[in-house]
Design a protein around this ligand. Structure first.
Ligand SMILES: [Fe+2]
Length: 230
């Protein structure tokens, strides 16, 4: 499995505070069957020095290898919507043309459709992070469909699907799965205990709604990572 949204880089944002915590997250993820994680620290400025993230990424991968954990961490970011257009050149996921975009948590900005349209026109595929935890979308469930029609993809949080983040998020997640408006499931893990780096439980739960094959596709990193060569 591939986790496309995880705050595993040590000491960068409000995710893992140090290498020890990152390694514990890596062990948990690997035990769950996750083999690739895209590290997605919060990004609030398109001017953020990318080199700093790449250095932290290289150090984490080296430590993971030293500890014999079967996991690879790739580069990415969780980009706030207001800087998405400027950040798209440098902060797409794992060298793809997909950009993980974070809208404000309580509402959907009035210019959201314009933003999605602009990104798609610039050949960037926006992946909307955890729409089921957005206050407005969870009340007005129909708001996501026009953004998807414009070309946006969506990423649900694993613990929303399992119900661990409360019934509002779960009800919205179930609705979006039923409507086939979900393209990825990811952990959005911040530590071994805060949104755990575990996908398998959510995949099992999603399979009850959309079937096993479709549920597994949501954690395969399709359209972001190239399939392994034969
Ligand atoms: Fe996140």
């Amino acid at each position: 499995m591939i986790d496309i949204h995880c705050h595993i880089l040590p000491g960068i944002d409000d995710g893992s505070p140090d290498m020890e915590t990152s390694l514990e997250m890596a062990r948990m993820a690997a035990t769950d069957g996750i083999r690739t994680i895209i590290a997605t620290p919060h990004l609030a400025s398109a001017e953020y020095p990318k080199e700093k993230l790449l250095e932290a990424l290289a150090e984490l991968n080296a430590q993971i290898k030293n500890h014999g954990i079967p996991l690879t961490i790739l580069f990415g970011a969780e980009v706030q919507a207001h800087i998405a257009l400027e950040a798209a050149d440098s902060f797409c996921l794992a060298g793809s043309s997909s950009l993980l975009v974070e809208f404000p948590h309580s509402y959907l900005p009035a210019d959201s459709e314009d933003l999605i349209y602009s990104l798609v026109t610039n050949k960037i595929t926006p992946i909307i992070a955890h729409p089921e935890r957005n206050g407005q979308i969870s009340r007005e469930l129909w708001l996501l469909a026009p953004l998807i029609e414009l070309g946006a993809k969506t990423q649900l949080t694993a613990e929303s699907i399992t119900g661990e983040l409360g019934m509002t998020a779960k009800n919205c997640a179930d609705y979006l799965l039923q409507k086939r408006q979900v393209h990825y499931i990811a952990t959005d893990s911040h530590s071994p205990g805060f949104r755990k780096p575990i996908l398998s439980k959510a995949v099992k739960q999603a399979a009850r709604i959309i079937g096993k094959t479709e549920a597994q596709k949501l954690v395969s990193g399709y359209n972001i990572l190239l399939p392994p060569s034969a």
